[in-house]
Design a binder for this molecule. Sequence first.
Ligand SMILES: NC(=O)c1ccc[n+]([C@@H]2O[C@H](COP(=O)([O-])OP(=O)(O)OC[C@H]3O[C@@H](n4cnc5c(N)ncnc54)[C@H](OP(=O)(O)O)[C@@H]3O)[C@@H](O)[C@H]2O)c1
Length: 263
Amino acid sequence: MRQLTVLITGASAGIGEAFAKIFAEHNFDLVLVARRLDRLEEVAGEIQGQYHVEATCLPADLSEVDAVDKLMSVLKAKNLVIDALVNNAGYALNGSFLEPSWEDHRKMHQVMLNGYTELCYRLLPSMVERRYGRIINVSSLSAMLPSVPSSMYTGIKRYVVDMSAAIDFEMRGQGIHCLALCPGFTYTEFHDVMGVREQAQSNFPKFMWQSSETVAREGYDAVMAGKVLKVNGWYNRLLSMVLNHLPYSLQHRLARSQDPFSD
Ligand SMILES: NC(=O)c1ccc[n+]([C@@H]2O[C@H](COP(=O)([O-])OP(=O)(O)OC[C@H]3O[C@@H](n4cnc5c(N)ncnc54)[C@H](OP(=O)(O)O)[C@@H]3O)[C@@H](O)[C@H]2O)c1
């Protein structure tokens, strides 16, 4: 019987790398996507030394408009059939709305909004045909909280939650589950890329942080159990529940008084 295959974006580091190990542990072959081929090959090498799975590394810059198109051609040329998808590649821009160039905004939208959506759209038909599919779209705790200043990131991650719910709703009964995973603070390269590592670690207590392994394992278990939303960490679940019960104007006022990454 053919072994199931998962495609993971952003597999060269952090949560994506952790997902690669967990899917391999469950006997999935891997298609690993990110820009840094050397890092993907390191991850693939480590996994193949430990598990009997195939790992294919596909370097791609998902901020390019035709990146998914090119990926689909490579999958076809290599005869790779995808049974599970982890849309995970992502980052946040630091600064106010008008600070980054429009090109930087456009790239962020392309990676986490258009890119996630297009990968679902392109990979779902063959999942429907085989009546099996598992999709994890990595959102963020911030999608479940009042929007903090400048965070277009939050808006994108909210879309990811809604898109995942819509797909899951439509695909129910066809063997497909689609989960939005909402991690809180997670030890990865995310805050280094954003340039706020020190502020993040000094402004938020240790109990709010999780390892990428824990986040990915909870995500894997949740999608396999057919859940549509998973907020990682009891503290984060409590926080989002409490804040979402406040009137919107109060949420907005609270959020305005916060700058999560101030010195
Ligand atoms: N860490 C947190 O606290 C946290 C909290 C909530 C949500 N998240 C979400 O979790 C997801 C994973 O982030 P992480 O924390 O694991 O961060 P990370 O360690 O920085 O990993 C980000 C991954 O995304 C890839 N990536 C970034 N831009 C890309 C592009 N243009 N094309 C292809 N791949 C790209 C990176 O690979 P290359 O650089 O090699 O391309 C890397 O593999 C993100 O969607 C993030 O928004 C993280």
